[in-house]
Design a protein around this ligand. Structure first.
Ligand code: PRP
Ligand code: HPA
Ligand code: MG
Length: 159
């Protein structure tokens, strides 16, 4: 398990996705957006809205079961997008780069954009917004919910 967590709320996710859209608008125009599902779906929706892009394609890659990494499996290949030229490929983050390597091989012409990037995956991304350390696990808003936490004094007394 990763030793530290970085919690991202909906507001921050929206802000960071819009910051990515600002970087991408000057690199376009784009034929369409390819979302790497599932994590790339919400970032792709926000970016497509900002870029006024109506064409959305998907590629589904399953690499993790919760925080455990396995062999990447393509559950759905992109139906359109050719070799990716003119298309924007969007994911929530790049971590080890396992997913990115696989998808880049399918769409070598695409511009690959993620909101967050860890050092091992950073060389595989064309555009990103925020770098986090390799030992940080990013908690996305769709994977979390708010819950009660006991006061520090009570938590300390239990030790
Ligand atoms: O750089 P990597 O080490 O490959 O990790 C990054 C990938 O892992 C997560 O997807 P996951 O496999 O959990 O599937 P999901 O998007 O459906 O949740 C995340 O959404 C990225 O796609
Ligand atoms: O840090 C992460 N957070 C959420 N999903 C992930 N998939 C790979 N790395 C991560
Ligand atoms: Mg994913």
């Amino acid at each position: 398990m990763a030793p530290r967590y970085f919690t991202v709320g909906w507001d921050q996710l929206h802000r960071d996705a819009k910051a990515l859209a600002w970087r991408l608008i000057e690199k376009g125009p784009w034929t369409g957006v390819v979302a790497i599902t599932r994590g790339g779906l919400i970032p792709a929706a926000i970016i497509a809205r900002e870029l006024e892009c109506r064409i959305i394609e998907t590629v589904s890659v399953i690499t993790y079961d919760e925080e455990k990494r396995g062999d990447p499996r393509v559950a759905k290949a992109p139906a359109a997008a050719g070799d990716g030229t003119g298309w924007l490929l969007v994911d929530d983050l790049v971590d080890t780069g396992t997913t990115a390597r696989l998808v880049r091989a399918m769409l070598p012409g695409a511009h690959f954009a993620t909101i967050y990037a860890k050092p091992a995956g950073k060389p595989l991304v064309d555009s990103f917004v925020t770098e986090v350390s390799q030992d940080t696990w990013i908690l996305f808003p769709w994977d979390t919910e708010a819950q009660f936490i006991p006061p520090i004094a009570k938590a300390g007394a239990a030790k």
